[in-house]
Design a protein around this ligand. Sequence first.
Ligand SMILES: [Fe+2]
Length: 248
Amino acid sequence: MKIVQITDLHVADEGVGTNGVDVRQNFQAVLKTTRSLAPDLIVLTGDLCYDVGEERTYRWIRSHLDFLKIPYTAIGGNHDSSSMLAKAFHIDHLLVGNELFYRRELEGWNVLFLETSVGELSEKQLLWLEIELSKIGRDAVIFMHHPPIISGVPFMDNKHALRNMAEVQAVLFNFPHHLSIFCGHYHVEKVVCQRNLTVHITPSVFFQIDWHAEGFKVDHHRIGLREINLRNDGVVESTVIYQQGHKK
Ligand SMILES: [Fe+2]
């Protein structure tokens, strides 16, 4: 099962200033790379919109995805409206109130898609997560926007980390098997391991953050996506592929 993860697109309306970055062209560029990789599924892990959720932006993104004729799915980030996103992507039957979280079985792999658009997991979702994990008797995969571990990126860890991390970790650490977790949000490439969790943070399609800096500092404007292979022998492998970003 080959998946391409694309995250933190931050697509804006035409004419909106995006720090000199052509976010629309960046997204189209990573889609071109995605097409050449011929994945079985594309997963967008949040921050599809530049600042706040906009229906026309979701529709624009969807029209470009539809053109590829590759199955795709999405979850929201802190710059999204999950309900708007779900409606635009025709997955609104998966909404639980305004929250978009769901589980899918992909070629024998249990894959959970979590909702953190308000910066935390609701109590309702945490309970659901606990129940779903209890039904899975082997290694599993999670896609979520926010990394569930403090990741050594001071600006993001101190100002923008998942708020109820301790409660989320309690549920994840309690799972007796391994969890491969694929996130975005931090605009860096990083792998963080703790106990049964391997957290892969995938770079943004907008710009990357200097992971040593205490304050906000751009590292570079190359953009990335992640290729993930969920193998039949139980191995999860993943690679980040970078390409040149586009300026306006
Ligand atoms: Fe984010």
